[in-house]
Design a protein around this ligand. Structure first.
Ligand code: DC
Length: 221
């Protein structure tokens, strides 16, 4: 592929966007940046320092110099915090809510967006997140907004966590997803929103291959 293309995949937690983004990037042989991992690592940093994830003044004490790096090993994104590979730790359930909380802080978003734009300026890529099409890459070549009902998303998350050996309660998971949706949609600065020119795909009754096929058919048109 000669021309640099940028693809934005936004949507709420558990909509399937990261799985689609991963497969899409490998199919097109372009970079995949999971921007949620960056907010998760930032949350982990605050937790490790015992700083409340809503305490903007506290978060400001580390955010400008945060040692957060993204590397790719065999095409898989690895997230490093202070030199440690935290790719697994950032997936723990308590980090999900902390990431949603900390991502509402303007100082955090400005820092993350700066890093994301820097990475996306260099090569063709697919970024998944909440504000990619609306704020991070408003000129992206393709924008998709991936959704699914809350029940379907909670069910997917339940299966994923159970497979990893976590003991989780479906109702609690559902409530947590609703709370994260609420946080992500109502925060003041760059909330989760469908960009005006994004194509919406409801994945509630679709499997990953079907979603991927739909996205690819639009890109290849
Ligand atoms: O996609 P995820 O569940 O790993 O994201 C974790 C949190 O990070 C999510 O609750 C909202 C936040 N986030 C964000 O605000 N903007 C992004 N571009 C990506 C994630």
């Amino acid at each position: 592929m000669d021309k640099i293309i940028r693809i934005a995949l936004d949507g709420p937690s558990g909509s399937g966007k990261s799985t689609v983004a991963k497969k899409l990037s490998s199919k097109l042989n372009i970079l995949y940046l999971d921007t949620g991992a960056m907010y998760r690592a930032t949350a982990l940093k605050a937790l490790s320092l015992n700083i409340d994830t809503f305490d903007e003044e506290g978060v400001k004490t580390f955010i400008y110099d945060i040692n957060l790096e993204i590397e790719y090993i065999d095409g898989t994104q690895h997230t490093y915090l202070d030199g440690e590979d935290v790719s697994e730790r950032i997936r723990e359930p308590h980090v999900s809510m902390a990431a949603s909380n900390i991502s509402s802080l303007k100082c955090v978003r400005l820092k993350m967006v700066e890093m994301q734009r820097e990475i996306a300026s260099k090569m063709s890529c697919v970024l998944d997140g909440r504000d990619i099409g609306s704020y991070v890459l408003p000129n992206a070549d393709y924008k998709f907004y991936i959704t699914a009902s809350v029940d379907v998303r909670a069910d997917r998350r339940f299966k994923e966590l159970t497979l990893k050996g976590h003991k989780v309660n479906f109702e609690e998971l559902k409530q947590e997803i609703e709370q994260r949706d609420y946080n992500d949609r109502t925060r003041e600065f760059s909330p989760l929103v469908k960009a005006q020119d994004a194509i919406e795909i409801d994945t509630s009754f679709m499997n990953i291959e079907q979603v991927l096929g739909k996205v690819l058919s639009i890109i290849e048109k």
